[in-house]
Every structure is written in structure tokens, then in C-alpha cells.
Write a protein that binds this ligand. Structure first.
Ligand code: MRU
Length: 326
């Protein structure tokens, strides 16, 4: 299985996802500062994967003798939208000052990623069939486990339920073209790359049977943030009568948020829109907007795929029950 990181000899190694699929370069992190930079600069990305990296970042802080509060602050500031980062750091707090305990907790967080994604893949596979469209990257590289939405797709393919995958290239950062295509190729799943603006055409011709995506943060009513472009796909799916599913571990639900408009959305550099792999694609100095995520309202969702099963409306009640809040 592909792995986005490994912990060896007191070093947390990150597979540089900025260079994939062309080069496999491993970046060593020996401090929380280095782990935070790895998250900020998207050496590692994907909601569960940055959670695990933040947890190991705190282990590195213990090993390197960094000030723990400063280390945690650096990690907290690295990226704003995926709640997994904050979830992992909250779990590490009770173990501050105890290297052995903090290492065990980081390992537990990573183990839980694998375990929950096995369940997500099984539950998700049952609702998928035919030709499935996905957005961004939700496979092993994004999580450190089997993957969420992509885990379900691969499992459904192995069960003979899914026959083909449409891979959105995911402008502007191209996680679909570079990473999802790479993962599906390695997994031997038949797939076709499309640009994001081709989805409506394919849906209109009856060539998409389901859409499944990942999730960076879900509010208690089921509204969720995911990679920019997800909201548009949800609207298209509803218009064409195609089932639309977000997949996520329940740790991606933020129990402090009632609805999605409270989710902080990352603003990324305009240059990621105006340049592709160092090549300008717009007049010099031309302004560009780059919100990294959008929020899909819960009423566009068919079902929410979690490790506890697929949740159906009313989502606020189903999520509270799944979180054990009833
Ligand atoms: O900006 P990225 O590449 O970190 O965004 C990743 C996504 O939006 C994924 O869909 C999301 O993290 C779900 S992870 C399984």
C-alpha cells in the first residue's frame, strides 16, 4: 500500500506529494516546526494525513526539546479547514511532557485511521455501482490508511460493483490528475481523467452513476467542506438525479459547529491559479482568487458514509446518534 509518511529512527518522513507522480522524494522531519512546514507547504495533504502528521509533530517536539506550546501553535496554524488537524492536537495534549505516552497516542491516531477506513470502504462500497465520479484525492496518500471515498471506490471495484472511475483533475492544485490517477493506476482500477468542467457533460449523457468525495470538516447538520469544486458537483448530481455521497471518519465532524457556514475556508496563493508547474497561464500580475475549499449544504447529500455505516436524513439526528450525543 502507498504511504504518505513513515516514522523511523526518531524521524517522521513525508513523501513529497508536490512532486508526485513524477518523482518519489522523501522529506525528513525532526522537529514540529519541520512537520508544520510540511503541512503548510502541502508536502503532505489530505485531512486524515495532516492529522497524523500533526500528532507525530508533537512527538518530534518532545524528541527535539522544542517548547511544546510553541510547537503546538505552529502546527495549529499550518492549515485551517480540515478539522482532523485540531482533533489530533487535542488528543495529544493530555500526553504533553511524556514522550512514551505521546508516541503511543500518535500511533493510536494512525491505527484508528486504518481501522475506520477499512469500515468506511466496506460501507461505502455497498452504495456504489457502475461508473463513479470523484474529486480531489482521498486515497492512501490523503490519509495514511486505505482512503475514504477512494477506499470505498477501490473496494467496490474489487467486489465487481464499480466498473469505471471518472477522475476530476481538481483545478488548481491537480490532486486528481497527479495523485488520484496515480493511486488508481497502482491499484489497477480502470479510470479516466477529466477536467472539472466535463462533469456536467458526462452526467447529461447518463455516464455517471454515483459521485463520492472526501470531507475536510462536517458540521453537525451534515453541511461539509471539501476541495473547491465539490459544491458544484453536488448541484450537478442533484440536477441529474445522481446519488451524491461524502465519505469521512466521524473524527472529521466538528461537534462545535451547527452548520457549514461556520467552517473556516483556507485562502490559498493566487499563483497556484495563474501558474501550472511553474508556467504562467495568465497575463503577468493578473489577479486570481483561490479559495481552497467550498461548503456543500446537507440537503444535496444522498447519504453520509462513515465507519459506523451510511447515514441518511435527517442528518442532524443521524450524526448526533453516530457521535453518541443522544
Ligand atoms: O487541499 P488538500 O489537498 O489537503 O485537500 C484535500 C481534500 O479536499 C480531500 O478531499 C479531503 O482532505 C478528504 S481526505 C480523505
Amino acid at each position: 500500500m502507498l504511504l504518505p509518511f513513515r516514522f523511523e529512527n526518531n524521524t517522521f518522513w513525508l513523501l513529497d506529494q508536490r512532486k508526485l507522480p513524477f518523482e518519489e522524494v522523501w522529506v525528513p522531519c525532526q522537529t514540529a516546526r519541520a512537520a508544520a512546514a510540511g503541512i503548510r507547504e502541502m508536502v503532505v495533504r489530505g485531512a486524515p494525513a495532516i492529522g497524523v502528521t500533526a500528532a507525530y509533530g508533537m512527538v518530534l517536539a518532545h524528541l527535539s526539546g522544542e517548547d511544546l506550546a510553541e510547537a503546538e501553535a505552529l502546527l495549529r496554524q499550518s492549515r485551517p479547514t480540515a478539522v482532523n488537524l485540531f482533533y489530533a492536537l487535542d488528543r495529544m495534549r493530555p500526553h504533553w511532557g511524556d514522550l512514551e505516552a505521546s508516541l503511543q497516542e500518535a500511533q493510536a491516531i494512525w491505527d484508528e485511521v486504518r481501522k475506520t477506513e477499512q469500515a468506511i470502504s466496506q460501507h461505502g462500497a455497498r452504495v456504489l455501482r457502475g461508473r463513479v465520479l470523484t474529486h480531489c484525492n482521498t486515497g492512501p496518500l490523503a490519509t495514511g490508511g486505505y482512503g475514504t471515498a477512494l477506499g470505498a471506490i477501490v473496494e467496490a471495484y474489487r467486489q465487481g460493483r464499480v466498473t469505471h472511475v471518472w477522475v476530476d483533475e481538481t483545478r488548481p492544485y491537480l490532486q486528481g490528475a497527479r495523485l488520484t490517477a496515480y493511486e488508481l493506476q497502482k491499484a489497477g482500477v480502470p479510470a479516466t481523467l477529466i477536467t472539472d468542467n466535463m462533469a456536467a457533460y458526462l452526467m447529461g449523457r447518463g455516464q455517471v452513476d454515483a459521485v463520492i468525495v472526501g470531507t475536510d470538516r462536517m458540521a453537525l447538520n451534515g453541511d461539509f467542506a471539501n476541495k473547491i469544486g465539490t459544491y458544484g458537483l453536488a448541484i450537478l448530481a442533484r440536477y441529474h438525479g445522481i446519488p451524491f455521497y461524502p465519505a469521512l471518519p466521524l473524527s472529521s465532524v466538528d461537534p462545535s459547529l451547527e452548520q457549514g457556514d461556520q467552517i473556516p475556508i483556507e485562502e490559498r496563493p493566487a499563483q497556484e491559479v495563474t501558474f501550472i508547474r511553474g508556467q504562467p497561464i495568465a497575463p503577468e500580475g493578473f489577479p486570481a482568487a483561490h479559495p481552497g475549499f467550498d461548503v456543500t449544504p446537507h440537503h444535496l447529500i444522498t447519504g453520509i458514509v462513515t465507519e459506523k455505516g451510511v447515514l441518511y436524513p435527517p442528518f442532524d439526528e443521524a450524526l448526533r446518534a453516530a457521535l453518541g450525543k443522544e
